[in-house]
Design a protein around this ligand. Structure first.
Ligand SMILES: [Fe+2]
Ligand SMILES: [Fe+2]
Length: 529
């Protein structure tokens, strides 16, 4: 075997999978994974096997974008049936866990009437015994919480279900991954490695540091028959070297959606990493190649699949100092801990931040600010906006924070003062509750309730209130999901008549008329502050 040192090509897509479904953040914690297997994956796959033509017609209809339909170029009914069979066989404990969650919920609703919950422990369904605490709120509404760290130590957490699918990409066209299982296709290489496997870091280091075929083959435990397919992912061409920012101020670069790199000469901070691979295209963009060799902090704003993306996180793991995540609500089904989750998949340095807590760094401060709304009024705590102070500059990354209560921002202004630059998400229509959280519901939700409770960011009035309140000099609308390379995790397609476009246009015109720099970010942007 050749001693030639090779790089990983910049257009190798690496999809992390759990049981052949794209690994997003509810597929790692055992309880949410169990509910999604039953309430999303098996439902979609069984519907596909019954009527594949309904699915292939639906995915051609733009109105059905992001719906529960499988998007394959050629029908794969037999493969999907075998995935159904295998899932039912190999994930039987998780199916039992999902059933037990449903039964425990029924039990509490029927039997917990305000009297002591102690007699009910012996009636907790067996798969959940020892993993839950039964509780009331102050109005005697019964509920339960998971002892989440124990679930990760139980048979319900199955790293063996995790794998990576490698393929080449040449254009912005990937099927929506929440509705379509990822089956092996010609030219793909499937690596059956748990996400925490150190070989994964060795692979991604090869984007910058070359390695021999033999050494990466060993690190990834590749089989001989995978050699030829894997070899197509390697190249002798080095990537262009990264030019770090060495100025005395602050440079920020927009990578698409809510992903922004903030650099000073001392510190590099990356927010909500979602990145394009590098290939010929019409829309200018920063890609993986435009990231520094070392990122001091990755800040995650909230637990939605377009803000915490393992596909990107795993590729960066070897060069991230610390990941900062918002603190979760401790054991609620709908609010799994991001800290536990990231630790399970191999991130060793995860810092859980609270509202109004500040991390002091050399020449910089990162403060977690409350993030209201955008979670369909569910009790979900793992969400923060971040205020970054770098030298004399302050930047607010509000992500999808919805200003449902301007009095909050009044109090925040009293606490933190004016802010130079605000990045605000204005996806003000938002998906209904069921789109993300449907599989977690133990009772069907009335359609009108579902439609009224949305994952919506700020509209014009709410966004302009933030800009005015903090006397921002610059206001950028971001996190709009418009970049075509993110279609696979987003399901938005706006026209000029879409509310988020009308609302953000209005904000931009209003700001510009008052001398505030304002823009809706798209593609790429670089600003020196
Ligand atoms: Fe969100
Ligand atoms: Fe978002």
């Amino acid at each position: 075997m050749s001693a030639e040192k090779l790089y990983l090509k910049p257009n190798v897509v690496v999809e992390p999978l759990v049981d052949h479904w794209y690994a997003w953040s509810h597929l790692i914690p055992p309880a949410t994974a169990a509910m999604n297997i039953v309430g999303r994956h098996l439902k979609i796959m069984e519907s596909y096997v019954k009527a594949p033509q309904v699915h292939s017609a639906a995915v051609k209809n733009p109105a059905m974008l992001g719906g529960p339909f499988i998007d394959f170029k050629v029908p794969r009914v037999a493969d999907v049936q075998s995935l159904i069979d295998r899932t039912k066989r190999e994930r039987a404990p998780l199916l039992a866990l999902a059933g037990a969650i449903q039964k425990l919920d029924d039990l509490l609703r029927q039997e917990a009437r305000g009297h002591s919950l102690e007699p009910l422990y012996s009636r907790v369904p067996e798969p959940l015994r020892g993993y839950v605490e039964l509780i009331y709120d102050l109005n005697n509404q019964p509920s339960f919480r998971f002892i989440e760290p124990l679930l990760y130590r139980s048979p319900y957490y199955v790293p063996a279900a995790q794998s990576l699918m490698l393929s080449l990409i040449t254009r912005d066209d990937r099927p929506f991954v929440l509705s379509t299982p990822r089956l092996l296709a010609e030219g793909d290489v499937h690596l059956r490695l748990p996400f925490r496997h150190p070989g994964i870091d060795e692979l991604f280091k090869m984007k910058a540091v070359p390695q021999t075929f033999a050494s990466i083959k060993e690190a990834l435990q590749l089989a001989d028959e995978q050699d030829a397919a894997f070899a197509q992912f390697l190249t002798a061409d080095p990537r262009p070297p990264y030019q770090p920012y060495r100025g005395s101020s602050v440079r920020w670069r927009y990578f698409g959606h809510a992903c922004i790199l903030v650099e000073t000469a001392e510190v590099r901070i990356l927010l909500d990493p979602v990145l394009s691979y590098t290939y010929e295209n019409d829309i200018s963009r920063y890609t993986y190649q435009d990231l520094p060799d070392w990122i001091d902090f990755v800040l995650i704003t909230h637990n939605h699949q377009d803000h915490i993306l393992f596909e990107t996180m795993l590729q960066l793991r070897h060069k991230i100092g610390s990941v900062v995540v918002p603190r979760s609500g401790s054991g609620d089904l709908q609010d799994p801990s991001l800290k536990l989750l990231l630790r399970q998949i191999g991130f060793t340095n995860v810092y859980e931040m609270d509202e109004m807590e500040t991390l002091e760094l050399a020449g910089a401060q990162i403060t977690g600010l409350p993030f209201l709304g955008e979670h369909a009024d569910l009790d979900i705590r793992s969400k923060l906006a971040y205020l970054c102070r770098l030298g004399q500059r302050s930047l607010l990354f509000a992500a999808d924070s919805c200003n449902v209560e301007p009095r909050l921002y009044e109090r925040l202004h009293e606490a933190v003062g004016d802010i130079d630059v605000a990045f605000i998400g204005m996806e003000c229509d938002g998906a209904p509750l069921s789109w993300v959280y449907g599989p977690l519901l133990t009772r069907p939700l009335d359609r009108k309730m579902d439609q009224s409770r949305r994952l919506a960011g700020s509209n014009y009035e709410r966004a302009v209130d933030i800009v005015n309140r903090f006397h921002c000099r610059d206001a950028y609308v971001y996190a709009m999901g418009q970049e075509p390379w993110l279609n696979y995790i987003m399901s938005v397609k706006y026209t000029e008549q879409s509310n988020p476009i009308i609302a953000s246009n209005k904000l931009i015109e209003d700001c510009q008329s008052r001398g505030i720099n304002a823009e809706r970010l798209f593609g790429e942007k670089e600003i020196l502050l």
